[in-house]
Design a protein around this ligand. Structure first.
Ligand code: PEP
Ligand code: MG
Length: 569
């Protein structure tokens, strides 16, 4: 039995699919030309076959634009400038195929990456992708493609990137287990939005699990069992059934009010990463969107998404949500969220570096495209624009002014912009929490991003399981920062939400209610459970409990208090 962190709930039993991304070490060798050409041709055929299959499988799941990427990849494999040059190099220099492939592709990648035009930079990403696949085949490595999986599996990996996670096909991927990561790593967040059970941060995972082993993934208690006994199988099948029943029983609360026993209303809304996720929020009775992470739009693309592409996505979410408030966060890239086509210089501390609003205020070309798309979409719903990683009032003012200037520009072009959209900010840096009252004079709303606020307050990397013990949402110091933020907003008559994962935690909801939080934004799959909880609590009692918690000295005391008040263990 292996222990990890339950990141997305559910219980499943399936075969392990061990994901290994080969690290290629390529050295130049002198070879027999004819044999080498055969090896190269065979790898090329396999590469084309892969690409065709990936495309076939993706029809219906991806947009036509996204599908076109695979046509571009196929074209590369037939391009005489590209594969033709490799063949020439093998012939004329008697070198090994992988070396020729590396040499020719690096030349093209460097050339395209240095070009100004986004179209050509996109070609560099295509060439990287195709040449990696080709070289894996030349060198005899099986290259996993998660969207090609055709049987029910639990994916076992060191880690999954957000784009790996985005490719998972829910019909076959019953869950995943990773060796690193925490509840707030982005693959965990995506697993919750896709409703795929996940356990993360399991040390020793890759040593213990072989490809094809049967594993139980208990993502309620964060447990993985390798090759379970009959008895264990019986136990976990029953547990899976009970979980499915509980999920069903919550459905009656879909249209119920989020109101406490003594009449205090709050809003329970969803975190989304794409327009499709908005449907899940509605299916689960969400009263709005509290965080649309627009960076996934950028991460899933091969180059910076155009104003038109962004407009289509934002409009779609706003239309789906109708009158319900829809908080769209501007690009929050950097930290663990990278863009292959926009490489940043290496930084010692990327989480404290050039990212999010810092990058947008510097790369105003990128920011302008997004803000124009957002404002154009504003007339289709109830838009709230939110800036990530605000540290100073000057930054907030600059970002807000940028939006206002862009609005004037659009209006001068005759484009309609809503006159009721709101502009707010995330509070995820302690400096912003402490100064929340000042920010609230100028922001329409605040939303607390505890995923980052905790890591910055405790100086504990949210991705690092070695320091996970310091990642303490219930530490009174954190509760005081939250309280300061909420009070700061209320002092200026503004609303305060929370879109960090804490907002959906069963033990946190009562505390946050007592601290006066107005809006709770969480994975769609947590909304109904949270509604059940809110409807069972008294606001007056929760206020009293929160007041006591603020005066405590450590997380354990707070957790004990909450559990004894709620009578749970
Ligand atoms: C947060 O930091 O709490 C947050 C919601 O943003 P992200 O998890 O995307 O960094
Ligand atoms: Mg954040």
């Amino acid at each position: 039995m292996l222990k990890g962190i339950a990141a997305s709930s559910g219980v499943v039993v399936a075969k392990a699919y061990k994901l290994v991304q080969p690290q290629l070490t390529i050295v130049r060798k002198t070879v027999d030309v004819n044999e080498e050409l055969e090896r190269f041709e065979a790898a090329l055929v396999k590469t084309r076959h892969d690409i065709e299959t990936i495309k076939e499988k993706a029809v219906g799941r991806l947009s036509d634009d996204d599908l076109a990427i695979f046509d571009a990849h196929l074209m590369v494999t037939f391009d005489p400038e590209f594969t033709g040059q490799m063949t020439e190099m093998i012939k004329s220099e008697s070198v090994n195929a992988e070396f020729a492939c590396q040499e020719v592709s690096s030349m093209f990648i460097n050339m395209f990456e240095s070009m100004e035009d986004a179209y050509f930079r996109e070609r560099a990403a295509d060439i990287k992708d195709v040449s990696y696949r080709l070289n894996c085949h030349i060198m005899g490595y099986e290259l996993a493609n998660l969207s090609l999986i055709q049987e029910e599996v639990v994916i076992v990996a060191h880690d999954l990137t957000p784009s790996d996670t985005a490719q998972l096909n829910k019909d076959f991927t019953k869950g995943f287990a990773t060796a690193i990561g925490g509840r707030t790593s982005h693959s965990a967040i995506m697993a919750r939005s896709l409703e795929i059970p996940a356990v993360v941060g399991i040390s020793g995972l890759l040593d213990q699990v072989k490809h094809g082993d049967i594993i139980v993934l208990d993502a309620l208690d964060g447990v993985v069992i390798v090759n379970p006994s009959d008895e264990e199988l019986k136990h976990y099948s029953a547990k899976a059934e009970r979980f499915a029943e509980l999920k069903n029983s919550l459905k009656v609360l879909k249209d119920a009010d989020s109101v406490t026993t003594d009449g205090h209303h709050v809003e329970l809304v969803g975190n989304i990463g794409s327009p499709v996720d908005a449907d899940k929020v509605l299916e689960n009775g969400g009263e709005g969107v509290g965080l649309y992470r627009t960076e996934f739009l950028y991460m899933d693309a091969q180059s910076l998404p155009s104003e038109e592409d962004q407009f289509v996505s934002y409009k779609s979410v706003l239309e789906k949500m109708g009158k319900r408030p829809t908080v769209v966060r501007t690009l929050d890239i950097g930290g663990d969220k990278e863009l292959s086509y926009l490489p940043f210089p290496h930084e010692m501390n990327p989480f404290l570096g050039y990212r999010a609003i810092r990058l947008c205020l510097d790369r105003t070309d990128i920011f302008k495209t997004q803000v124009r798309a957002l404002l154009r979409a504003s007339v289709y719903g109830n838009l709230c624009i939110m800036f990530p990683m605000i540290a100073t009032l000057d930054e907030f003012r600059a970002a807000k002014k940028f939006v206002k200037d862009t609005e004037a520009e659009l209006k001068a072009e005759g484009v309609a912009v809503s006159d009721t959209y709101q502009i707010g900010m995330m509070v995820e840096i302690p400096a912003a929490a402490v100064l929340a009252d000042q920010f609230s004079k100028e922001a329409d709303f605040l939303s607390i991003g505890t995923n980052d606020l905790i890591q910055y307050s405790m100086a504990s990397d949210r991705m690092n399981e070695k320091v996970a013990y310091l990642y303490q949402p219930y530490n009174p110091s954190l509760l005081r920062l939250i309280k300061m933020t909420i009070d700061g907003a209320h002092k200026e008559g503004k609303w305060c939400g929370m879109c960090g994962e804490m907002a959906g935690e069963e033990l946190a909801v009562p505390l946050l209610l007592g601290l006066g939080l107005d809006e709770f934004s969480m994975s769609a799959s947590s909304i109904l459970q949270a509604r059940k909880m809110v409807r069972s609590l008294s606001y007056a009692e929760m206020k009293e409990m929160a007041e006591k918690a603020l005066g405590m000295s450590n997380q354990e005391e707070v957790l004990k208090l909450v559990k004894s008040t709620l009578k749970v263990d």
